[in-house]
Design a protein around this ligand. Structure first.
Ligand SMILES: Nc1ncnc2c1ncn2[C@@H]1O[C@H](COP(=O)(O)OP(=O)(O)O)[C@@H](O)[C@H]1O
Ligand SMILES: [Mg+2]
Ligand SMILES: [Zn+2]
Length: 519
């Protein structure tokens, strides 16, 4: 088996470490001045050079070169031993698997033995935040009185988990994410010396995917080069799963067309066939970001195949930049929410509903795939269950007589959040829907819930869910209310059949989002 690229290209000298100049500067100065500390803490994202620099430090303090400015020389016995992973006095401990008190005690016993080869014994404790509380205490004792021949380098990706007592004993160095262009340059060098054919845009995509982690970038290059063919943007997109899929284009079209049913169908279809909801949300955001770049006149920064770019250009014209920003925000929030383990399809549905709800301003419908006329979905009638009435077309029908409410809508509005919280875990769906309620009113014995769109009315208006809401109200307020779900056209606008005074108006004037209404 050939050596992984990221091992092969581990920097062997200070000046080949990329993007951590602030750290290197301090360390090389102390080597030159022969003033090395006994405890270092290297903090920063994975794959940014912490272990690499720890090894450089171990090598430099033990280097046999006469000239301190040349350390590590990479030629002496000690340097070559470190480079070949056979230097006895550099001890790497993975705290993730050796995190107990006994492990640290073991270390403390061994630490008193003098170095066997070099001048210093260098202990590199990786992922040090994984140590148990007891182990940290034991480590602290060692850090308080380290033997003169010992140097500790603690490395962590999660500095906030390190006890202050330990932090205060260490010289701290923060490793930064490596900038994209520096990663690209590094990948280019590696590709050249490995005879890997790769397009620059493909390398840029790899760099972007690795979020500043050099190791990830090098591993991705490794993975892609193993296909044995030239690494083109299309290949990279395909392997990394970042290709703008038909799904994303279809979702964008459905938004443009105000065709929620089509959008929902697209999302369901993608999820059913195994698409990852988070990466779908991210792909949508990424696509919208492309539209934004085109709108700002930076089309050349968009990485996409020619066909996709043609579609993007048409969409960039069809949506206003305000729309694009708004959609980005909404789908970006959805991507974040998906981390919380909420029902993935629902979260995407809600995002789509929110986006479609405030109509996108269609400036120009040019050259974008064949489209159909806006076609609102109508909520199914739920007449079978008498206490549930559905009214998804607020502008039609006669104006009902407004009865005086049996309970103040204001009270329900205020209690809404706690009602949502009182839901059993299994009702996360319903919780999300209840959080999307934009308007609460009570007319006579009917609780009127305003939703942003037909899609949401349809989702909420299921007899079992309505029953749960009725039960919550009953438990909380001791009244029996029937529930009616209506479409609230847009923020601040009341459907014509809802009372124009009282709580509804008040609620909507407050910005309409019930979740934000804690007064
Ligand atoms: N700052 C950097 N400059 C150059 N290469 C790097 C850098 N950071 C990481 N690498 C590459 O990634 C590999 C793993 O880096 P490593 O130092 O183990 O990261 P960390 O310990 O921060 O997770 C290295 O062998 C090297 O190939
Ligand atoms: Mg490491
Ligand atoms: Zn040397």
């Amino acid at each position: 088996m050939t050596q992984a690229l990221y091992r092969k290209y581990r920097p062997k000298q200070w000046d080949t470490v990329i993007g951590q100049d602030h750290v290197i500067q301090t360390l090389t100065n102390s080597i030159k001045a022969d003033r090395v500390g006994h405890a270092y803490l290297f903090a920063g994202p994975r794959g940014t050079g912490k272990t690499t620099v720890a090894r450089l430090l171990a090598k430099a303090v033990n280097c046999l070169s006469e000239d301190p400015t040349k350390r590590p020389c990479n030629e002496c016995d000690h340097c070559t031993a470190v480079n070949e992973n056979r230097f006895m006095d550099m001890i790497e401990i993975d705290a993730a698997s050796n995190n107990g008190v006994d492990d640290v005690r073991d270390l403390r016993e061994k630490i008193n033995f003098s170095p066997s080869q070099g001048k210093y014994k260098v202990y590199v404790i990786d992922e040090v935040h994984m140590l148990s509380g007891g182990a940290f205490n034991a480590l602290l004792k060692t850090l308080e009185e380290p033997p003169p021949h010992a140097i500790f380098v603690l490395a962590t990706t999660e500095i906030h988990k390190i006890p202050a007592t330990v932090l205060s004993r260490c010289q701290r160095h923060e490793f930064r994410r490596v900038p994209i262009d520096e990663i690209v340059a590094n990948l280019k060098t590696i590709a050249a010396s490995e005879n890997i054919q790769a397009d620059e845009e493909a390398l840029t995509l790899i760099a972007r995917q690795s979020a500043g982690g050099m190791r990830d970038a090098q591993s991705l290059l490794d993975q892609l080069s193993s296909t044995g063919t030239k690494i083109t943007l299309a290949l990279a997109q395909q392997v990394l799963g970042t290709a703008t899929s038909q799904t994303v284009l279809d979702v964008a079209n459905s938004i443009l067309d105000h065709h929620p049913a089509h959008g929902l169908e697209t999302i369901h279809h993608a999820l059913d066939s195994g698409a990852d909801p988070r990466s779908l949300a991210r792909q949508i955001v990424e696509y919208l970001r492309g539209l934004m770049l085109i709108q700002m006149g930076n089309a050349e920064q968009v990485e996409a195949t020619r066909e996709v770019k043609t579609q993007m250009e048409a969409h960039a014209k069809a949506f206003t930049s305000t729309d694009v920003l708004r959609m980005m925000k909404i789908f970006n929030n959805a991507a974040t929410d998906l981390r919380g383990g909420w029902q993935p399809s629902l979260i995407l549905e809600l995002a789509l509903a929110e986006v479609i709800d405030a109509p996108a301003e269609v400036v120009q419908v040019a050259a974008v795939a064949p489209r159909t006329k806006p076609q609102p979905v109508s909520a199914p009638a739920a007449e079978s269950k008498p206490e549930v009435t559905s009214d998804a077309s607020p502008n039609g029908g006669a104006q009902p007589v407004v009865e005086s409410p049996v309970i103040n809508a204001n009270d329900i509005t205020r209690a809404w959040k706690s009602l949502v919280n009182a839901l059993p875990k299994a009702q996360a769906n319903l919780g999300a829907l209840m959080n999307s309620v934009r308007m609460i009113d009570v007319q006579g014995k009917t609780l009127v819930l305003g939703m942003a769109s037909d899609v949401l009315v349809e989702k909420l208006n299921k007899p079992d869910q309505i029953e749960i809401i009725q039960r919550l109200i009953k438990d909380h307020f001791h009244v029996d209310l029937s529930v009616r779900c209506v479409v609230t056209n847009a923020k601040g606008k009341l459907p014509t059949h809802v009372a124009q005074d009282g709580m509804v108006a008040a609620a909507i004037q407050h910005g309409g989002e019930i979740v934000d209404m804690d007064e």
